[in-house]
Design a protein around this ligand. Structure first.
Ligand SMILES: Nc1ncnc2c1ncn2[C@@H]1O[C@H](COP(=O)(O)OP(=O)(O)OP(=O)(O)O)[C@@H](O)[C@H]1O
Length: 722
């Protein structure tokens, strides 16, 4: 069963007869029954198994999952008429055969009266439009009119409060986990580590986005292809922060093209570029659209709008003032130039929004296109019904043996023709998915996580390597990390005395007490300082990577592990250098070497402080907000460490200080050192192995609680959240 072109269903092809022999395997490797040569697909991705009289769909542990009727599943019983997707490849099941529909670009993208409210502010107000495949849409409008908000809504980053966004007839937010890899988004902020070379940054991204089992060689080849496509091959080894603005934007586009998205959105890719670069970027976007992608670009520059198929003019207050071909913009507004247009939509936004709603242009370029797209959507749904009905009929002419089928993703598609002629209607409800969407993206991804507990090990390893690469290529930062413990060790030399950490026979261990305070607070400072800017600095990168499915736990753990190593090295350098030439404690409590115990205690304080830094970094919005947190958290640890004054006996302080890592770090250090004759000896410092272990366990508990809190704080970067 195939269907013909005009209704958009021509890509539906029968690919397998599910006879009694058992199973049909789907994957990237040539040995599969259905071969999908797509790097997003795992080698052996999914299987259809015969179970009794029916069939079961099974995810074979793929990286990017299988979606059965829009839900990610591990296993699911197939019913005639069901559809499932593997990457961009969609299959329909009729009870005895599989039909394949390839996503060759969104056959439709429809925004149906979307409104975005944040608190009491309305950022977008009843915006409707429809896009056909291969369209280049330019969005313009005065600053603050809601252009970025619209792009975020279209790409799954900002769930509309009302209205629907339908991608290929499916609610974008309801089916986000299935659709997200088909959408590329280049935000205003660069989402690349600028310290890395173009090639290196893209290779890390490829590793995070492709299936786990894609060989390194293939990843490299794909990176080479996108660099070639965007004319960046000669820049491959150049650091991103040394590229020109235009080259940097092209690198961001290259990053998104790795996974061949069918909808690509760019938020002001040409801001800050000179007119020549502006034109160059717009031309490249035109080429991408001509190759079949739908490209949406927000721009402040109106010089090259004629290169677009459609232009949208936004009015202040989030209203839509125009949507149509570029040559109709000025006539519609009765304006001589775009400055006039901006003036009008800034001063009379409601009037122009209303005029546009009632215009012939709206009818022609939105109403009719939406109707056409709804018709295509209906035709596709009908095929599902036909496929379901086919279960009643015997399978005749189809081949009994089905050859492995190779499907080439995303072939070139010609640029769209003008909009068709027809009657005006509001958007047809028929294009909405059968189920309403009570849940948001967050709910979906939580469910996904619950169903897919498999540790994303590859992402974790890649993230660790990337962090190390970023640190190594930022010489200033690497020098800071190494210089900090050296500077602190030099400072610790200011502590007077020649007894070091030895037990003082005179009975007053003030020097030892001071040294332990210096170690513990130095460790706390190094721990917070290393981490407190980490997440806030790369929030745009994390947000983007999260949207394409990066595991937040893998992300956080990669930070913790790399920082743990850095903390341990820093504390060892600090403590050993500070103690160089000073008497050591006479005996150990647990590990045989008191210096190891003291270094361990300092390292745990540093790691707990790193966890505080990561938590704070996930909570704040700007880097500037981190400085007061750094100061307060270190002061808090200094005051409540127990090394300055007696905490025991002051009930409130006793309670508060239990959550202070330095209190327990000091206790472990004091226990090892055996501070004899201290003026205010506390019970938790008594030199016993129990006290040492208790302090260590409390510190581990602090770390665990802080990291769980940081993991929760990362939820604010979930797609769909503002
Ligand atoms: N989280 C938010 N809470 C309240 N108002 C917001 C929020 N985010 C954006 N806004 C406001 O919504 C309006 C639209 O913002 P948006 O960033 O979409 O505008 P824009 O057209 O892209 O602006 P620009 O061209 O300057 O980038 C602005 O007035 C902005 O201040």
């Amino acid at each position: 069963m195939t269907s013909s072109g005009q209704d958009g269903t021509d890509a539906l092809t029968p690919v397998a007869v599910l006879d009694d022999k058992g199973r049909i395997r789907i994957g990237r490797d040539p040995g599969n029954d259905i071969v999908l040569p797509d790097l997003w697909v795992s080698g052996s991705h999914a299987e259809i198994r015969r179970v009794g009289a029916g069939h079961q769909l099974v995810d074979l542990g793929s990286t990017n999952g299988v979606h059965h009727n829009g839900r990610r599943v591990q296993k699911g019983d197939l019913k005639p008429g069901d559809r499932f997707t593997v990457g961009r490849h969609e299959f329909l099941y009729d009870g005895s055969r599989l039909y394949q529909h390839d996503d060759q670009g969104p056959t439709s993208f429809v925004a149906d009266d979307i409104t975005v409210d944040v608190g009491k502010a309305t950022l977008l107000d009843d915006v409707s439009f429809a896009l056909q495949q291969g369209t280049l849409l330019g969005i313009i409008g005065p600053s603050g009119c809601g252009k970025s908000t619209l792009v975020k809504a279209m790409t799954g980053f900002q769930k509309p409060s009302r209205g629907g966004l339908l991608y290929d007839g499916r609610d974008l937010y309801e089916h986000y986990s299935e659709l997200r890899h088909r959408i590329g988004m280049v935000p205003q902020d660069d989402v690349l580590h600028r310290q890395l070379s173009v090639q290196r940054a893209l290779r890390f991204s490829a590793s995070l986005r492709f299936a786990d089992d894609v060989p390194r060689k293939q990843r490299k080849e794909r990176v080479g292809e996108v660099l070639e496509l965007l004319g960046l091959s000669e820049r491959a080894k150049q650091r991103i922060d040394t590229l020109s603005g235009g080259q940097r934007k092209r690198t961001s586009v290259a990053l998104e093209l790795l996974t061949e998205p069918s909808l690509l959105a760019l938020d002001e890719p040409t801001s800050g570029l000179d007119p020549a670069l502006d034109k160059e970027v717009m031309r490249e976007l035109r080429l991408l659209a001509d190759r079949g992608r739908t490209v949406v670009v927000v721009t402040h520059s109106v010089l090259h709008l004629d290169i677009c198929d459609r232009v949208m003019v936004m009015c202040m207050g989030g209203h839509m003032g125009f949507f149509g071909p570029p040559d109709e913009v000025l006539p519609f507004f009765g304006a001589e130039d775009y400055a006039d247009v901006f003036h009008k939509v800034t001063n009379e936004p409601r009037r122009w929004a209303q005029e546009f709603r009632n215009s012939e242009i709206y009818r022609r370029y939105i109403g009719e296109v939406a109707e056409e797209l709804a018709r295509v959507g209906d035709a596709r749904k009908e095929l599902v019904t036909v496929a379901a009905a086919a279960v009643e009929e015997p399978v005749e002419a189809e081949p009994a043996e089905v050859e492995p089928v190779a499907v080439v993703a995303d072939p070139p598609v010609p640029r769209q023709a003008g909009a068709p002629e027809a009657e005006t209607t509001r958007f047809a409800d028929a294009s909405k998915p059968a189920q309403a969407s009570p849940t948001g993206v967050q709910d979906l991804s939580m469910k996904d996580r619950a169903r897919h507990p498999r540790a994303p090990l590859r992402a974790f390893v890649t993230l660790c390597w990337r962090m190390l690469a970023v640190i190594a290529s930022d010489r200033g930062y690497a020098a800071f990390l190494l210089g900090l413990p050296l500077a602190l060790a030099v400072l610790s030399r200011a502590v007077p005395g020649d007894k070091g950490l030895s037990a003082d026979p005179e009975g007053f261990a003030l020097e030892g007490q001071r040294l332990i305070v210096v170690f513990v607070i130095g460790a706390a400072f190094m721990g917070v300082a290393v981490a407190i800017r980490e997440i806030v600095n790369e929030q745009s990168i994390y947000r983007r990577e999260r949207a394409i499915g990066l595991s937040p736990t893998a992300y956080l753990l990669s930070k913790v592990i790399v920082f743990l190593v850095i903390d341990a090295i820093q504390c060892a350098i600090f403590v050993y250098l500070a103690m160089f030439g000073r008497p050591k404690p006479p005996a150990a409590l647990v590990f045989g070497d008191p210096m190891i115990e003291i270094t361990l205690a300092a390292t745990l304080v540093a790691v707990a402080s790193t966890s505080i830094g990561l938590l704070a970094s996930a909570l704040v919005r700007t880097t500037e907000q981190t400085t007061p947190i750094l100061v307060v958290s270190v002061m808090f640890q200094l005051v409540l460490s127990g090394g300055l004054f007696e905490i025991t006996g002051q009930r409130a302080l006793e309670i508060i200080s239990t959550i202070d890592p330095s209190r327990w770090g000091f206790a472990a250090g004091a226990a090892t050192t055996n501070l004899v004759g201290f003026p205010f000896p506390e019970a938790i410092w008594a030199p016993t192995a129990f006290n040492w272990w208790r302090a260590v366990l409390v510190l581990l508990l602090h770390i665990a609680v802080l990291l769980v809190a940081a993991r929760f704080a990362l939820r604010r970067f979930e797609p769909g959240r503002n």
